[in-house]
Design a protein around this ligand. Sequence first.
Ligand code: ATP
Length: 236
Amino acid sequence: MSVLAVRNVETFYGAIMALRGVSIDVEEGEIVTILGANGAGKTTLMKTICGLMDPEKGSVTLLGERIEGMDPDRIVKKGLALVPEGREVFPYLTIEENLRLGAFTRRDAIGGDLELVYQYFPILKERRKQAAGFLSGGQQQMLAIGRGLMARPKLMLLDEPSLGLSPLLTQEIFGIIARLNAEQGVTMLVVEQNAHIALATAHKGYVLETGRIVMAGPAETLRNSPDIQEFYLGKS
Ligand code: ATP
């Protein structure tokens, strides 16, 4: 089943065309990654999907419904959770308060969801009464993912989860992303500069260059492509 379909999207900053006819697909149960260098348009694509920017042309369809141009809070209610770049946790609230905020769109009981988050991130349970501002960068990233999970999203968008993390922590975070997908069936779209880890975790990938998709395919095919190896995996 199609969770997300982006078709021929063009998004501008004033006169600057940052997305030049981008199309991508995410199916239920998949991890899909978007690779691209600085300035390729990855953040613009994320913002266009979650309603923070309106495309000039093209369409964004979430679970069969057109959402381009819709307010971000409405899109969130339709099942999209954004785990933003730079974490953006609430530093003066406790970890548990941050997690509870992730469920603000829901009216049902959330105790089970908290337990689920704590099962995947035991360190958050240990420190649940502490202010989130005292967490390390990696732990804040865990909290941001946990907060996204609390909404029980149909699609989770992760913007550069490896940003600012050591290689070891990056491995750990992507390991948890893979487990959440395999064990809980969470569908994910992951924007990432670290092509190694992204292609090792995702099922499918797209390469964005100056606002265009220049390559797409199963992660394994991309991993074996000479162009990807040279430009994104640092092999020659
Ligand atoms: P990064 O990894 O550095 O975040 P990115 O792939 O996310 O890069 P975008 O931030 O989406 O790239 O930027 C795409 C293009 O749009 C770039 O050429 C950038 O210079 C331009 N751009 C981004 N933000 C603005 C803005 N506020 N005003 C004008 N141009 C912008």
